[in-house]
Design a protein around this ligand. Structure first.
Ligand code: MLT
Length: 356
């Protein structure tokens, strides 16, 4: 099993250093922007954010932070709900991608943002795996955030590049086993859903993957389409249309049942990998200490967005759906996060993967 500290890892230490440098740069940049904003607010005689007037929320644009690159599944889901949420809130939502360290750079930035409702994090299953994968994680997912609500749960799919030799899951496993040093598996870094799915593949097959990390599966997909990497496991929100369009090869979906939008793609269970099951859940977060009125306003807007016919129909085309209404509450969100931290911890520990 490969981890970032593993000398066998095919990724150059240089690449990892670049990620770490970027992490530091982003933190520094984030701090500078925050300082500049405070100075500006003070000069204008405005509020410093901590005492935001929750009753009039929102009075200025809200930033939704996406922890992975543009064009990927997290970005897609965020942009899908941003407009109807903004309309319901009567304000503006700006989507910003803050990539790095498998989604932890963005989460750290939001954990340290003003708790005023103007900085909102969209994150996924990676919120639950990061505490185990990153022993030195600078934030606590349960203590440093307020949950707004769950958004969607997305199946994952194993896909291969157009020219990759295997065309079924059985062939894929055999081919990877025969070509361990040359076959490449794309993911979005330690903490990404695509990394977790690869880890489950390794556990189920006993094969060590040669991982190539990207800042999101959006750019990973570009390289896969260009045959620069061989295969990956990614959310249907990024793969369904490419599978249906014949742009990539599909090996299996990671859910117990086949996905309605992809009726011809077998499940991992059908392919003899019964334990390889994972769905990627997404939720919205604000920093701990955010006023209750703001949390309520964001939660109401989320509920409206998830009931929007355009959102429902687009999600359906992408192989997913909004979570049922009873799961859109902050309480249901917190319960799931707690349960998922406990679910993934022993699996990750057993696999021996860490980011340091
Ligand atoms: C993305 O948005 O790029 C993905 O969610 C990354 C991942 O978790 O695999």
């Amino acid at each position: 099993m490969l981890g970032f500290g593993d000398p066998e890892l095919s990724v150059d230490r240089e690449d990892v250093d670049t990620m770490e440098d970027r992490f530091v740069r982003r933190r520094t940049l984030g701090a500078s922007i925050a300082t500049a904003a405070l100075v500006l607010a003070a000069c204008q005689g405005g509020d410093d954010g901590g005492g935001a007037d929750a009753g009039n929320y929102p009075e200025s644009p809200i930033t939704f932070i996406v922890p992975f690159a543009t064009g990927g599944p997290t970005d897609t889901v965020t942009r899908l709900i941003a407009d109807p949420m903004a309309a319901e809130l009567g304000g503006e939502i700006v989507v910003q991608n803050v990539e790095g360290a498998g989604g932890t750079v963005a989460a750290d930035q939001v954990a340290n943002a003003e708790p005023d409702g103007y900085t909102v994090l969209m994150h996924h299953i990676g919120m639950s795996t990061a505490p185990t994968l990153y022993p030195d994680l600078a934030y606590d997912p349960l203590e440093d955030f307020e949950m707004i609500g769950l958004v969607t749960e997305v199946p994952m799919t194993f896909i291969g590049s157009p020219e990759f030799e295997p065309s079924t899951m059985e062939e894929l496993i055999a081919y990877v086993g025969d070509n361990l040093d040359t076959v490449t598996y794309a993911n979005a870094g330690v903490g990404a859903a695509s990394q977790l799915c690869g880890l489950l593949f390794e556990t189920a097959t006993g094969l060590d993957l040669t991982e190539v990390p990207y800042e999101g599966t959006g750019p990973a997909m570009d390289d896969l389409l260009g045959n620069q990497v061989d295969f990956m496991c990614d959310q249907t929100t990024n793969t369904a249309e490419r599978i249906l369009g014949g742009e990539v090869q599909a090996y299996a979906v990671t859910t117990p049942d086949r996905v309605e939008a992809l009726p011809d793609v077998p499940t991992t269970d059908e392919e003899g990998l019964a334990d390889l099951q994972v769905s990627v859940w997404h939720g919205l977060y604000v920093p701990a200490g955010t006023p209750q009125e703001v949390i309520d306003a964001l939660n109401s807007a989320l509920k409206v967005a998830l009931a929007d016919e355009t959102v429902i129909s687009r999600m359906g085309e992408l192989g997913t759906a909004p979570v049922p209404e009873d799961r859109t509450t902050p309480e249901a969100h917190r319960e799931l996060l707690e349960a998922q931290i406990e679910l993934w911890r022993p699996i990750i520990e057993e696999a021996g993967v860490t980011a340091s």
